[in-house]
Design a protein around this ligand. Structure first.
Ligand code: NAP
Length: 308
């Protein structure tokens, strides 16, 4: 069996075009321009690339973007007061603080400081709590992107054995919660593995859908999966540089070997990554529409604005 390649780039492209149309309508019909503020502290090269990609996506879509680059010695209190200012800024509907932050800044305090209505990363405990109990909320971008990938590829999650490797707050735990929800892109039986899991291969071999969010290149090998598995590879690992000095990336899955056994698999790059960015844009648009509805509920202009 050779796997169908699930192209995140293609699926994200379709969502992006729909969003572009929606944003232009929001501007024309409602005078509403969604706005995203991105804060980068320090000069981590990977973070710089991610922030650059987000800015480019905003420009393409017509989202107002404000990028704030701060030196690595920025104090926590300076960062918190910037967030408080952005919380009050009516032009900004989404605030993203690029992680990781320098060690002297408490990441949790920063996440708590963001207005949950502007938390387009979906990391604030209010949004995490709503997600867990199945209420509408701003969903974390990578897990939400994975759901969309599965849905758009026609992959059935209802009743499926889903095995997740990795239990981080940004990927593993939220995808666990989303897969458990009583709705079509959920209803799965979910197992989550980590470094204390006794026999990792025992679990991965049972998976109908295997989601790898480990951060170790090619950690999932051919002998760890069953024939016909659907593999979602979240990992982005820099394993060297090419002759042009560009990073060579590898996922957490041994793509070449596993694709011979899998029914479907996401590549790295071009799989989960593009979905993460487009879901961030979608969250920003959603946050803008919700802010508009909240602020002008009685006004005619926003009366027919639909929010999810
Ligand atoms: P993380 O916070 O480092 O978490 C890694 C998880 O993998 C931990 O739960 C860890 O277990 C588990 N793990 C590590 N080695 C393992 C092993 N040998 N066996 C079983 N479990 C093991 O990483 P993350 O933030 O979730 O990110 C994971 C990967 O996804 C990274 O490569 C990251 O770059 C990538 N990523 C990609 C996107 C995207 O948009 N494409 C977005 C986010 C992350 P313990 O908890 O026991 O330590």
């Amino acid at each position: 069996m050779t796997a169908k390649i699930i192209s995140g780039a293609e699926i994200a492209g379709k969502i992006r075009e729909d969003l572009k149309k929606e944003i232009s309508e929001l501007k024309e019909k409602h005078g509403l321009t969604p706005g995203l503020a991105t804060i980068l502290v320090g000069d981590d090269p990977a973070s710089k690339i991610y922030v650059g990609q987000k800015k480019k996506a905003c420009e393409y879509l017509g989202i107002y973007s404000k990028q704030v680059d701060l030196p690595s010695e920025t104090t926590e209190s300076a960062l918190l007061s910037l967030i408080r200012e952005l919380n009050k800024d009516a032009k900004i509907h989404g605030i993203l603080v690029q992680l990781p932050l320098p060690e002297h800044i408490n990441q949790q305090r920063v996440i708590y400081a963001i207005d949950p209505d502007k938390d387009v990363d979906g990391f604030h405990p209010v949004n995490v709590g709503k997600m867990v109990i199945g209420e509408k909320s701003l969903l974390p971008c990578t897990p939400h992107g994975i759901l969309e990938l599965l849905l758009s590829s026609g992959i059935q999650t209802q009743g499926a054995e889903v095995v997740i490797v990795g239990r981080s707050n940004i990927v593993g735990k939220p995808i666990l919660n989303l897969m458990l929800q009583k709705r079509p892109a959920g209803n799965a039986t979910v197992t989550i593995c980590h470094t204390m899991t006794k026999d990792l291969a025992f679990h991965t071999k049972r998976a109908d859908i295997l989601i790898a969010a480990i951060g170790r290149p090619k950690a999932i090998t051919r002998d760890m999966v069953k024939e016909g598995v659907v593999v979602i590879d979240v990992g982005v690992n820099r394993i060297g540089t090419n002759s042009e000095g560009k990073a060579i990336l590898a996922g957490d899955v041994d793509f070449e070997a596993v694709k011979e056994k899998a029914a479907a698999i996401t590549p790295v790059p071009g799989g989960v990554g593009p979905m993460t960015i487009v879901m961030l844009m979608k969250n920003t648009v959603e946050a803008a529409k919700r802010a508009e509805v909240r602020g002008q509920r009685s006004e005619v202009g926003s009366a027919n604005l639909k929010v999810n």
